[in-house]
Design a protein around this ligand. Sequence first.
Ligand code: NAP
Length: 160
Amino acid sequence: MKIVIIVAHDPNLVIGKDGTLPWHYSEDLKFFKKVTMGSPILMGRVVFEELNEKPLPGRENVILSRSKEYEHVKTFDSIDRALDYLKTHEQIFVIGGGEIYKQLIDQTDELIVTEIKKEHKGDTYLVDYRKDIGTIWREVWRDEHEDFSFIRYQRIRESG
Ligand SMILES: NC(=O)c1ccc[n+]([C@@H]2O[C@H](COP(=O)([O-])OP(=O)(O)OC[C@H]3O[C@@H](n4cnc5c(N)ncnc54)[C@H](OP(=O)(O)O)[C@@H]3O)[C@@H](O)[C@H]2O)c1
């Protein structure tokens, strides 16, 4: 199973403010939908509440929470249990938020990043993966836009 983090961050690695996104770029939301459609998505309870507890369609939604158990979506109280449940899938997307990215980045195979060019105020940050570009992460694809860049990084694996 390939684990892929998909995330949007500003130049200071801000990803969230007051439980929601600090920006609105419809092109980024469309990109997110296109990339994740058909694959399971794994998210923290705060992100699920941001979605008003409505699962995103066309994707199996899996929630991490130690305090809640939803009737309409699979909920796990540990990452290991959630990953075990998802293990038969070819790939899964980790869609946040900050706590979940932090706990899963070391097991992640690929990062799909929207780098927002403008600075935003926020209270939730992405774990600093940029210090590891060139050692752990290799940029394999980039698509430049006026307000943001879409970038794909793959984990560098020793061969031989
Ligand atoms: N820019 C982006 O791409 C992006 C993407 C996603 C989210 N965000 C932003 O990020 C912010 C939310 O992030 P966050 O860090 O506050 O919250 P979060 O990661 O969405 O959720 C945290 C919650 O997940 C549960 N949890 C965490 N680790 C767990 C584990 N090991 N096992 C079981 N449950 C676990 C806990 O729920 P309980 O308290 O119920 O136990 C915890 O309170 C929002 O502002 C959102 O808009 C941004």
